[in-house]
Design a protein around this ligand. Structure first.
Ligand code: BDP
Length: 685
């Protein structure tokens, strides 16, 4: 029953049709033992003959076909014996599923329609393997309950940021020129795509909430409900980014003070109406007191006061507030070295631990600055044991090549998720954010748009897919997920060619993020991008600006001293051992050296190279790697659709041009500053 169950049925039909099969839905009933077609000599208990190859069953929906009962019984026995706690009590889990092959039938069991849909997509991923040898029952369930994508989509085109802020895949899927799109077919297709990746929540408007978007909460609520209707069949809930000053802007209150009674009443009334229109509404996303957005500070209140106000309005309906921790002074005096943007989120939020209601989720960017290709993990994640914390990743490639460069982000994300703030014996970031009750889950800034390939660069689809897969299973191997994506995206690679396509895509993509890091800002120092749009190099572009992203290069050295001994003291925001590791010039990992230390150009790295020679070497290497990848792609003509091949070929030309520009600017800059020539005598402009 319900739209989701209907969707499962449609998906099965779709999958069967693709392979020339057919589907018949069988109502659960006492005779369903016959659904195992092998038991009754090939008559699958129905008029279309059978036997069944695949049984999908909702365990909560009534009696199961005998083969499914057998799988479930076996599964429970084994799980109870293996894992200690009885699975019987736990069930399969809200979105989980059991998959097995038994007596020549592939069986997928779930407690909910969403679980069944995820299980079906699992069968699709397995392909023929799902219908081969017997496989013991295995249970899959998501590590994180909230697996969400934030769309930085504007309803009205913003004069500077356009329709989608930091969007590199065309227009918004939802909005066009100030209104909801007339045709929402693509929204439904997006829901399907998200379910296949494992994503179950979407915020449909930009965190910078301008006037048109503020009204989504009230007079344009119907638009949000229409989107929710399209996404619901795929188990995806809708969330809204809201403007903290909305009661002032829309409600005619005299203030937006979170402790004011009128303000509280306004949010309660508005939120009640939201749930009348969208009963399964997910909640609010808030960027407050950050980069010009309004917030509680204007009223002398803190972030806990602000977040709890909205949490109070949402609590009766089971909604959550994603309150973003991306708060810093973007008007700092660059001449004043005592302010350190890296410190800001911790300084604002750590003292508030324990003050947030339990339906507040603090949404923390993975690094302390802003989505750079190399940053340490944000210390906020370990600093708030009494707060639900979500990890925010940037799937849209603002700082990683803007979907013109190939940059497979999974290795970086997986490093972040695996980071153990208290050292090897303690929990990792994934454990903190994915905890069933206490965790806030994973949030990605979406890279999808109305581009025919969804993501602008066709290979950037892998980042969208992998975001969902890592949110489901954070310890998955990035190369294995990529392999999965290749098989699903390019059916040729799924066994019907000689493996050439698969091998080439791994060569091109596996370490593409490392390549990007090599030809851009060195050793964790970050930025060096062109101000404003953030594409391409401009080494000093932000150096004398109020944004707080500096590298401090001079004739003697480069890097930011964030030590306790002589710098900003940021290292002290980490628990040991990392506070000590980062503080120490000799123990600090090379790739983060310039994030934590200001060093002379002759400083010797762990591999024996000097900082200046490392800069030259990595920049030459990075460009060579792009050129190799470009040639590798050229060889794939004929193995992928021609239009797709041409699109990627053109983008590779741009990536190479841009990588050379990075190499030449960065190398020339540091040659001129330091006066130290390249030991290998290569040409530096
Ligand atoms: C920065 C982006 C900006 C976003 C901001 C945010 O440049 O467009 O509004 O992050 O996360 O990286 O709020």
């Amino acid at each position: 029953g319900g739209p989701l169950a209907g969707t499962v049925h449609e998906e099965v039909a779709r999958a069967c049709a693709r392979y020339g099969g057919s589907v018949r839905r069988q109502a659960a009933g006492p005779d369903d033992g016959a659904a195992n077609g092998r038991d009754d000599g090939g008559e699958a208990g129905g008029d279309d003959g059978g036997p069944y190859d695949l049984v999908l069953a909702l365990t909560a929906a009534g009696p199961l076909p005998a083969v499914a009962e057998a799988v479930l019984a076996g599964f429970r026995r084994r799980s109870a014996a293996d894992d200690g706690p009885a699975v019987e009590d736990e069930g399969i889990g809200e979105e989980g599923y059991v998959v097995a092959r038994r007596d020549g039938v592939t069986v997928v069991l779930a407690d909910s329609a969403a679980g069944l849909l995820y299980g079906l997509f699992h069968v699709v991923r397995l392909g023929e393997e799902a219908f081969g040898a017997e496989r013991p029952a295995e249970r899959h369930r998501p590590a994180a309950r909230l697996r969400m994508l934030d769309h930085w989509d504007n309803v009205a085109v913003h004069p500077v940021m356009g329709q989608v802020e930091r969007g590199y895949a065309g227009g918004s899927i939802f909005w066009c020129d100030g209104a909801l799109r007339d045709d929402l077919t693509r929204v439904a297709a997006y829901g399907r795509l998200l379910a296949a990746c494992g994503v179950n929540a979407v915020a449909v408007n930009n965190v910078n909430v301008h006037a048109a978007e503020t009204r989504l909460l009230t007079d344009h609520l119907g638009d949000v409900a229409a989107i929710a209707d399209r996404l619901r069949p795929y188990g995806v809930r809708v969330h809204l980014s809201v403007n903290f000053a909305a009661p002032l802007a829309l409600g005619g209150t005299a203030t937006a003070d979170p402790l004011d009674e009128d303000v509280r009443a306004w949010w309660a009334a508005v939120t009640t109406r939201v749930y009348e229109a969208i009963p399964d509404f997910g909640g609010y996303v808030v960027k407050a007191d950050s980069e010009g957005q309004p917030g509680p500070h204007a009223y002398g209140r803190d972030h806990a006061d602000g977040a709890n106000l909205l949490a109070g309005a949402l609590a009766p309906f089971g909604g959550v507030v994603h309150w973003r921790a991306f708060v810093y002074n973007h008007r700092q005096d660059w001449r004043d070295r005592s302010t350190d943007r890296a410190r800001a989120a911790y300084d604002h939020f750590a003292p508030l631990d324990g003050r947030f209601r339990d339906n507040v989720i603090l949404q923390v960017k993975h690094g302390p600055i802003d989505f750079q290709v190399r940053e340490p993990v944000s210390p906020v994640i370990a600093a708030m044991p009494r707060t639900r914390v979500a990890l925010e990743l940037q799937v849209t490639q603002e700082y990683t090549g803007q979907q013109r460069h190939v940059c497979y982000l999974a290795p970086m994300w997986s490093e972040v998720l695996g980071f153990r703030p208290w050292g090897p014996a303690g929990p990792g970031v994934a454990d903190i954010v994915a905890g069933d009750v206490a965790g806030g889950g994973l949030v990605g800034v979406s890279n999808a748009g109305d581009d025919p390939y969804w993501t602008g660069h066709p290979l950037a689809q892998a980042n969208l897919y992998t975001f969902g897969r890592l949110a489901w299973a954070p310890s998955s191997d990035p190369a294995a997920i990529l392999d999965e994506w290749i098989g699903l995206t390019f059916p040729l690679a799924a066994g019907r060619d000689d493996g050439r396509l698969r091998e080439a895509l791994h060569e091109i993509m596996d370490d593409s993020c490392g390549t990007y890091e090599r030809y851009t800002a060195p050793l964790g120092v970050g930025f060096m991008v062109r101000p404003g749009h953030h594409y391409g190099p401009d080494v000093d572009g932000y150096e004398y600006t109020p944004w707080g992203t500096y590298h401090f290069a001079d004739r003697d050295g480069v890097g930011v001293d964030r030590t306790r001994a002589t710098g900003t003291g940021f290292t002290g925001q980490y628990p040991p051992p990392w506070s000590e590791v980062y503080e120490s010039l000799t123990r600090c990992p090379d790739e983060l050296l310039l994030f934590f230390h200001h060093v002379p150009y002759g400083h010797v790295l762990h591999d024996g190279s000097t900082v200046i020679q490392h800069i030259y070497d990595t920049h030459f290497a990075g460009v060579e790697e792009v050129e190799r990848a470009r040639l590798r792609w050229a060889e794939l003509a004929g193995l992928v659709p021609a239009a797709l091949h041409a699109r990627v070929r053109e983008l590779f030309a741009e990536q190479l041009r841009c990588a050379e520009e990075w190499r030449d600017q960065v190398n020339a800059y540091f040659l001129r500053k330091s006066g130290v020539p390249d030991a290998q005598g290569r040409r530096i402009p």
